[in-house]
Write a protein that binds this ligand. Structure first.
Ligand SMILES: Cc1cc2nc3c(=O)[nH]c(=O)nc-3n(C[C@H](O)[C@H](O)[C@H](O)COP(=O)(O)OP(=O)(O)OC[C@H]3O[C@@H](n4cnc5c(N)ncnc54)[C@H](O)[C@@H]3O)c2cc1C
Length: 235
């Protein structure tokens, strides 16, 4: 998806050749760090303060090394985390590096993951450091206040005409009775943890069903918090 636009009351997503991929009354930007780009392609709104934080996880084959590697029955988290072995591999991590766009796996990061694994399990890094390993690099979408962005996208043009905008809940939105534009991103390091409750919150935004969260917490996750005059004057 390259751009979004509103057309005849529907939200459209278009490819690079401006061919329509899909259109619907409701559009949810649930594309991680790409949400700002799509939002800017629509009406050029002020993007959210999203930072890309690189993370590398490691995995080791457990076959042939059962005595030296920990075998937790449940996920263990603290300084890092380790998951119960799956498919003959132990998965653990992770590193955290803001503004680091390097997609390559790094030995130094694997060693840091081994140190975190040792801290969690009491094992010996040196005994594991010669084992062949695999890994994966990804990027977390992190907001400046470390909370997700879940809700209807603010309408900044209408906001400028609004006398009361001291709380997110009073900020006008890009939606009407037929549908609207929503966002679900900024999940940082906790997207898997947040997904189910975040999905319920988003559904309540779209459908008008009772909110699963109290009002203060809904405000804290509201993408309109960054549209408030006090934040815009600070940025
Ligand atoms: C190393 C690492 C370890 C982690 N460990 C944990 C953990 O233990 N527990 C936990 O809860 N979370 C963890 N996380 C965080 C979790 O992975 C994220 O919070 C979660 O993946 C965010 O989900 P998302 O769908 O919002 O974004 P993403 O997973 O980033 O998915 C967004 C998708 O949108 C696609 N996209 C972007 N722009 C466009 C476009 N214009 N058109 C079409 N598609 C587009 C992207 O290609 C991507 O597939 C970890 C993250 C990393 C990097």
């Amino acid at each position: 998806m390259a751009t979004i636009e509103r057309h005849s009351g529907l939200w459209r997503v278009l490819d690079e050749q401006r061919q329509v991929i899909a259109e619907a009354p409701v559009l949810v930007l649930a594309n991680g760090l790409g949400a700002n780009g799509l939002l800017a392609s629509g009406r050029g709104e002020v993007p959210w303060p999203l930072t890309a934080v690189r993370g590398q996880i490691s995995s080791l084959a457990t076959d042939g090394h059962p005595a030296t590697l920990p075998c937790p029955r449940l996920p263990v988290a603290g300084g890092g985390y380790v998951l119960p072995q799956t498919g003959g591999r132990l998965l653990f991590g992770a590193t955290s590096q803001p503004d680091d766009i390097d997609p390559a796996l790094r030995d130094a990061d694997h060693r840091l993951n081994l140190q975190q694994l040792a801290g969690l399990s009491g094992g010996d890094v040196e005994a594991w450091s010669s084992l062949p390993w695999q890994g994966r690099v990804g990027w977390r979408a992190v907001t400046s206040d470390r909370l997700p962005l879940i809700g209807a996208v603010p309408d900044l043009e209408a906001l400028d005409r609004t006398s009361r905008a001291d709380q997110p809940r009073f900020v006008p939105r890009q939606r009407d009775a037929r549908g609207g534009l929503y966002v679900f991103t900024g999940l940082g390091s906790r997207g898997i943890t947040w997904a189910a409750l975040g999905g319920q919150l988003l559904a309540s935004w779209i459908s008008g069903a009772p909110c699963p969260l109290e009002a203060d917490l809904r405000d804290a996750l509201d993408p309109a918090r960054y549209a408030l005059p006090r934040w815009r004057s600070d940025s």
